[in-house]
Design a protein around this ligand. Sequence first.
Ligand SMILES: *Cc1c(COP(=O)(O)O)cnc(C)c1O
Length: 421
Amino acid sequence: MDHFLYRNGVLHAEDVPVAEIAAQVGTPVYIYSAATLTRHFRLFQEALSPLPHLVCFAIKSLSNVAVLKLLGDLGAGMDVVSIGEYLRAKAAGVPGERIVFSGVGKTRAEMRAALEGGIRQFNVESEPELMALSEVATSLGKVAPITVRVNPDVDARTHAKIATGKKENKFGIPISRASEVYALAARLPGIEVVGIDVHIGSQLAELAPFEAAFGKVAELTQRLRAEGHDIRRLDLGGGLGIPYTRGNEAPPLPMHYGEIIKRSVGHLGCEIEIEPGRLISGNAGLLVTEVIYVKSGEDRDFLIVDAAMNDLVRPSMYDAHHDIVPVVEPAAGVDQHPYDVVGPICETGDTFARARALPPLAAGDLIAFRSAGAYGAVMASEYNSRPLVPEVLVKGEHFAVIRSRPSYIEIVNRDSIPEWL
Ligand SMILES: *Cc1c(COP(=O)(O)O)cnc(C)c1O
């Protein structure tokens, strides 16, 4: 569910007509709904209660500081995978005690900055990382709270590029070696074991892989406790999928996901952390773009729009589907026409959709890609020297630019020519 609906024949973001934002900010532009973000965050809060828990928003899905402030003010924790994301969380006013640090390649400089600024826990992914963290913490006279990310070897049955819980993936340590690694953690100075971490992938369309993974984590909790470790937190990762196509079978609801969690690990007396990204941010965002040309090809028509793969890379990177809707509601019963929807970049991969049925459109019309809030703006680049796409947040009848479009002067002036050239 989201808050992007037609009212009086025009698409609205909450109470604001999308066309009004496009007129003021220009296109392409990302538009986020505060009500949708809030609603999705609360679904997780409700799904986990009454267990003691912290819902840590996976910043990598949507990292604008205004969005982080909105979620942080609702009580969200944050899951960061770089010190850049950590600094965004801090800039949004989220305290270190609510920030968990994930990722396979944390550098010593990142560890140092997080320890100095305050951190809830590091989710450690390898023995070399554990040893580096021990050295950094000791040198600062600090103790680093850690979980070890275990790889449960379950098939998340999602797109290969976003599956992370199989033994061939680079993530975590094999669950079969957990005892060894926890024993090492217990011996190392500057390290305090607080729990276990697992994250098996993204855009999961079913609950069974979660249940399999959480069951293995429950067993491991008992085993590690028997071996003398104080396992008091379980970080169960993110990954719950969202519906990208309206009308199709919907992925599981947070409520049912919560039931799985309660059933598999609820009896252990642990504080539960989860790290949802996409389910909170995905359907809370639109990418709005204008049709530049309608080009008739030999066997198809192309809708050439002013957004491109550098603004929204998911279709070309993951073959992802995004529903596309015209900003002016089509008249009832109007004949649909198949279009290839493409951007202006000189790559065939710059294609958003093939043979997509849409009402007849003309140059100057606005269309919106739905479900573009997650892994949209954060993956944008300036390929082709196209300015990073701006972001707008809507709340009720208010809207504000929360990241402005850089000017061409700014882009060009970021480069410098050495004096010896
Ligand atoms: C990407 C990621 C998430 C968020 O995944 P979603 O599918 O967006 O919920 C959470 N935790 C970790 C460690 C991740 O890498």
